[in-house]
Write a protein that binds this ligand. Structure first.
Ligand SMILES: C[S@@+](CC[C@H](N)C(=O)[O-])C[C@H]1O[C@@H](n2cnc3c(N)ncnc32)[C@H](O)[C@@H]1O
Length: 280
């Protein structure tokens, strides 16, 4: 049998087919997922999905390294958001009332935004900015974290920016009491914004030049221990570059969507390394 296989491998075309089949085996599942998504989902941009269990654990451990908080505590925050049925109900109601319901799914999953949430719960920041809010999925989630912190005695305020006057329609109910959307070009809004910013999330215009200009605009408005999260970092080195130029550390978390064809994006994390024992 071994000899037959060895002989067949010497025939170039048969070996070509065997190698191509081996390589595509990894991707064939994706076609099934694409078909399922094509039928079940209505989304055409900014896709939503949950993360695999292992990826959730890696996310918790990544946030733990940056914030110097126990990974179990971080995992608790992540699951707090995943299991928040009131938050999900509020989002579903906002989708149903919106004129965009034909392009939105009613199964609510936050993907890598769970990391954003965990940072707020761990850091207890006073001022959070997310540039580019789109529907407001990230914004309402972040405001949920701000509200939880407030209940625990750590008040904070969320600001989102977007150039689209229809953006942010999911930020409703009690969540909108701690969040505000500033409409207009992000760089202009950031220029007019008074610091200090404790947590900054870049997710607006995804050109690398614009991304970098956002970092330059907020550079002198950051608080001492501020953390910057980049939603462009799966395809851009700008946050990594900015971190090197400003003496900050940089990490990248790659998300792994659960049962979805999208290969996943990630979270670029720019932070100031703390000395052992001093947590945020
Ligand atoms: C990828 S979406 C944001 C997704 C959102 N952060 C979330 O969690 O779902 C990008 C958003 O950036 C906005 N945008 C694009 N260029 C912008 C600019 N120059 N200033 C402000 N917002 C901008 C778009 O209107 C869009 O809503």
């Amino acid at each position: 049998m071994k000899n037959i296989l060895r002989f067949l491998k010497k025939i170039w075309f048969l070996n070509f087919l065997r190698r191509i089949f081996k390589a595509t085996k990894l991707y064939n599942k994706k076609y099934v997922q694409i078909l399922k998504w094509g039928i079940k989902s209505r989304e055409d941009t900014n896709f939503t999905y949950d993360l695999t269990d292992t990826n959730i654990l890696f996310l918790a451990q990544t946030v733990s390294v940056v914030t110097q908080k126990d990974a179990k505590e971080i995992l608790g925050y992540i699951n707090e958001a995943r299991n928040d049925s009131f938050l999900k109900e509020t989002i579903i109601n906002a989708i149903k009332k919106s004129s965009f319901r034909h392009v939105a799914d009613l199964e609510i999953n936050f993907g890598r935004r769970l990391g954003w949430y965990a940072f707020i719960r761990a850091m207890k920041p006073k001022i959070i900015i997310e540039t580019g809010v789109d529907k407001g999925m990230g914004s309402i989630l972040l405001c949920a974290a701000v509200l939880r912190n407030k209940e625990e005695g750590f008040p904070g305020q969320f600001f989102g920016t977007d150039i689209n006057p229809e953006a942010g329609y999911l930020l409703t109910g009690k969540y909108s009491t701690v969040g505000k959307i500033i409409y207009g070009d992000s760089i202009k809004s950031l220029t007019e914004f008074d610091g200090p910013i404790d947590l900054f999330i870049n997710d607006s215009d995804h050109s690398t030049d614009y991304e970098y200009r956002e970092y330059l605009t907020i550079r002198n408005k950051l608080s001492k221990d501020a953390i910057i999260l980049g939603d462009n970092s799966h395809g851009s080195n700008k946050l990594s570059l900015f971190s090197s130029e400003t003496g900050r550390d940089f990490l990248f978390f790659h998300e792994q969507p659960l049962d979805h064809w999208f290969p996943g994006a990630g979270i670029g994390i720019s932070f100031v390394k703390r000395t052992p024992g001093s947590s945020l």
